[in-house]
Write a new protein. Structure first.
Length: 154
């Protein structure tokens, strides 16, 4: 992983991993999300030898249950199974957090898959909901992280 880098990519470049990891039983067109092409949206990838290993998208979108306006939503985070557990997801989160701070965001939030809850907790996110189901995807939790100087709970 010495030559692995994190960089911004185009929305269309996220589709193969979104489809393979996040929506394998759906049509690839189901992997195109509202807001993918918005100017305030960014897509990041971990890349090694021109191969995408992991992706993450971030959208300017406040959450109705969080009082502070000006948030960003993390969405479509996926890492290829062969390289999980090597810290790449944390590097993608760091890139998204930098991007959100640069764009004056007060917080990040996500609908985190239940299986990824430990990952988000290790990254400093708080769990802000009971478990809920996203149709055809599975159980999720609302998680969030304040982006101020102090990483306090929202």
């Amino acid at each position: 992983m010495n030559s692995m880098l994190i960089r911004r990519i185009k929305p269309i470049e996220t589709l193969p991993i979104r489809h393979e990891i996040l929506r394998p039983n759906s049509d690839i067109s189901d992997c195109i999300y509202p807001g993918d092409d918005d100017q305030t949206t960014a897509h990041f990838a971990a890349i090694e030898n021109d191969v995408l290993l992991a992706i993450l998208s971030i959208y300017r979108r406040s959450h109705l249950n969080i009082k502070n306006d000006g948030g960003y939503q993390l969405r479509a985070m996926a890492t290829m199974p062969s390289i999980r557990g090597q810290g790449i997801g944390f590097k993608l989160l760091a890139a998204a957090e930098r991007y959100a701070r640069q764009n004056n965001s007060a917080y990040l939030w996500a609908n985190a898959r239940a299986v990824a809850l430990g990952f988000y907790s290790k990254a400093g996110y708080t769990v802000d909901s009971e478990v809920f189901e996203i149709k055809n995807v599975g159980p999720h939790f609302l998680v969030s992280k304040t982006l101020g100087k102090h990483e306090d709970r929202i």
